[in-house]
Design a protein around this ligand. Structure first.
Ligand code: 5GP
Length: 177
């Protein structure tokens, strides 16, 4: 199988995840509680690397939302929660962990949804952001990398379920879709 070209190498990702974990440790040092909520499936590798670098006590939850179709052009799906957290998050500090923010609709929806549960705080941590595609602004409290408007795969991100476990982030050229 031909492999798509590297946009962010394993070393670059690893160094940035170290920095993000250190930032999160600082912000939540005195918080007393922290629940990381990973958005499946794309965030599973990022979340597991990030969580293992944290020194502050935390617990892990996963949620799933309806996402894009197999093709980039099929983006008309409204955002919908298809799997909720297992345990109540009231009175917790919530950190939503996303793979990538594109239009911003998913993260904006999730922030509103979790804020309605009345937690102590809701912040966001996203590995990648495509600012050229923004349609809805949402505060990105912890951000790994800003990238151009290209389709990326690897490190948890897929294209029609392919390339998800590449160890780096690649730019998928149109001829490989
Ligand atoms: P948003 O609601 O911000 O438009 O979209 C967020 C979701 O779109 C991400 O969680 C991800 O599932 C998907 N997405 C957006 N851009 C990309 C991309 O370049 N590659 C992959 N694999 N997924 C993307």
């Amino acid at each position: 199988m031909d492999l798509p070209p590297v946009l962010l190498s394993q070393d670059e990702i690893s160094a940035r995840v170290d920095e993000l974990a250190a930032e999160i440790d600082r912000v939540y040092a005195e918080a007393g509680s922290l629940v990381l909520i990973g958005v499946l499936k794309g965030s599973f590798i990022f979340l597991s690397d990030l969580a293992r670098r944290l020194t502050v006590p935390h617990r892990i939850e996963f949620i799933a939302v309806s996402s894009y179709g197999a093709k980039e052009s099929e983006v008309a799906d409204p955002v919908r929660l298809i799997m909720d957290v297992r345990h109540a998050i009231d009175d917790e500090n919530v950190l939503l962990v996303e793979d990538i923010v594109d239009t911003g609709h998913t993260l904006a929806y999730l922030k509103r949804l979790f804020a309605a549960h009345d937690p102590r705080s809701v912040r966001t941590c996203t590995l990648l952001h495509k600012p050229d595609r923004t349609e809805e602004d949402v505060d990105l409290d912890f951000l790994g990398f800003t990238i151009p408007d290209v389709w990326v795969v690897g490190y948890g991100l897929d294209y029609a379920e392919r390339y998800r476990t590449l160890p780096y982030i690649a730019e998928l050229p149109p001829e490989m879709r």
